[in-house]
Design a protein around this ligand. Structure first.
Ligand code: FAD
Length: 453
């Protein structure tokens, strides 16, 4: 069945039984164990075209692996064709256009390494090993969101291999409907082989906030943080508050092992000296237990949290957009954290505002532009505790839903769910369906937050 494809892509075709098969279908979420009929490890756009055309001929569904980090495990599928872009990671900077030209399998670290050579950056996320493709296609929330918006807001062009196997260059002028859909509609419309992102002068040194507070001060920290954020400038509104039990890891001092903390992490997206003055209140939200705030290279900040994230771990996650964090919301969060099924958890609240919230709700498919926070909860499923973790994680969603912003969730941190998808793209849903019908009538690209044609 696969001989014609093999003629085109050679040993980049991997079938079950091949010694490389299990390693190649492995993705970040170790709880996912899906078995594609075949995998093509693409080296070029030509490989992608050959793979898509083959899937069309043989009526196979297609899953696309960018960085393989989506918690829902969308990068791999059962019985379909997995298009693996992990070998397509080149990044070029066009300084004239102030644009980064990025291959579809690049990680955030690949982009920063190249763009920072020119003192430039594009808004991405906060862990350097994450793939940019999935992140950009469903949002992209990082430390530059307040000043420059989300990753999807900064997409200015893309090359896409469509279901028909043709290559389209899309931007505001060429195929504007498809270009619009890519900026929040996920991997529904084809394989993006190249992204073009707008660049801005950032760093190379930035004022990087990194303060640890005791979890017992959670309410005080968030109460004071909200007062600060209410009238903070765009440069200072992108702060991630992460409640966690710190691991007994060698990179942490021993007195922090197993300590329940809330971390305030962020950066000032402007002059570092000015940042130090403006962000001082964030270092005094309560009595800190450690303050590692400093002026550091932007590239270092972008990698600072990498050691906290294992490369391959069984995870179950949920998410909700929230408005103000009132006492009731904080009491629910605290009671959940006190009743974890195992002695570790990761509960994140990312503050939203500034430029990302000035984008009109219909300018991109991502309609949620007025929420103040996004909550992300990740339970690590460990052995028999997996079921308990799932229940615990879901209970955040259930209990906080009445307090949520329009019942919407961050799609990059949520498994497939049609209702949640509709709550998040809102009035944009029908337009997404139209684009889907135009470009993927057969729904070959269905391993994602699926828009049914
Ligand atoms: C450790 C960790 C840290 C994270 N930190 C952040 C953060 O700071 N900010 C943030 O916003 N999010 C963050 N996320 C969430 C992240 O945005 C999503 O996991 C995102 O989907 C990752 O993209 P990927 O390419 O690695 O995913 P994949 O799992 O490879 O793909 C995700 C989806 O995108 C589609 N897709 C992938 N590549 C392409 C392509 N080239 N063309 C078309 N479709 C494609 C896939 O089909 C799939 O549906 C984090 C996730 C993890 C696991």
């Amino acid at each position: 069945m696969f001989s014609t494809l093999e003629q085109q892509v050679g040993n980049r075709l991997i079938l079950p039984g091949d010694s490389r098969y299990d390693e190649t279908r492995k993705i970040w979420n170790a709880a996912i164990d899906k078995k594609p009929a075949a995998i093509v490890v693409c080296r070029s756009e030509e490989d992608v075209k050959a793979a898509v055309q083959f899937a069309r001929e043989k009526n196979l569904s297609i899953s696309i692996r960018g960085g393989g980090h989506h918690v829902g495990g969308f990068a791999v599928c059962n019985d379909g064709l997995m298009i693996d872009l992990s070998q397509m990671r080149k990044v070029k900077v066009d300084t004239k256009r102030q644009v980064a030209i990025v291959e579809g399998g690049a990680t955030l670290g690949d982009i920063d390494a190249e763009t920072q050579k020119h003192g430039l950056a594009t808004p991405t996320g906060t862990i350097s090993e994450t793939g940019v493709a999935g992140l950009a296609l469903n949002g992209g929330i990082g430390y530059l969101r307040g000043k420059y918006g989300l990753t999807c807001d900064n997409l200015v062009g893309a090359r896409v291999v469509t279901e028909k196997g043709s290559v389209l260059y899309v931007n505001e002028e060429n195929h504007p409907d498809l270009f619009w859909a890519l900026r929040g509609g996920g991997g529904n419309f084809g394989v993006v082989t190249t992204f073009e992102f707008a660049l801005y002068p950032v760093g190379p040194e930035v004022f990087a906030l990194d303060v640890l507070y005791d979890l017992k001060d959670f309410k005080q920290v968030l109460h004071n943080a909200q007062a600060f954020l209410a009238d903070a400038p765009d440069e200072a509104v992108s702060i991630n508050f992460t409640a966690a039990v710190l691991p007994p890891a060698p990179f942490l001092p021993e007195f922090l092992h197993f300590r329940k903390v809330v971390m305030a992490i962020g950066m000032y997206a402007g002059d570092a000296e000015e940042g130090e003055k403006v962000m001082q209140p964030l270092r005094e939200l309560a009595q800190p237990i450690m303050d590692d705030t400093s002026v550091i290279p932007y590239v270092r900040l972008q990698k600072k949290l990498d050691p906290m994230v294992p490369p391959h771990v069984p995870v179950y996650g949920t998410s909700l957009y929230l408005d103000d964090l009132n006492d009731e919301v904080m009491d629910i969060l605290l009671s959940k954290m006190e009743s974890t099924p195992a002695p570790s958890f990761l509960v994140q609240l990312w503050s939203l505002g500034g430029q990302m919230n000035r984008v009109p709700a219909n300018a991109t498919p991502l309609a949620i532009r007025k929420a103040k926070y996004v909550l992300l909860v990740d339970g690590m499923e460990i052995g028999d505790e997996g079921v308990l973790w799932k229940k615990w994680t879901d209970s955040f969603y259930d209990e906080l839903l009445p307090y949520s912003h329009q019942k919407a969730s961050y799609l990059n941190a949520f498994d497939k769910d049609e209702e949640v998808l509709k709550n998040t793209v809102r009035e944009n849903y029908n337009r997404l369906v139209k684009v889907k019908k135009n470009y993927d009538q057969k729904n070959r690209f269905r391993h994602n937050h699926n828009i049914q044609p």
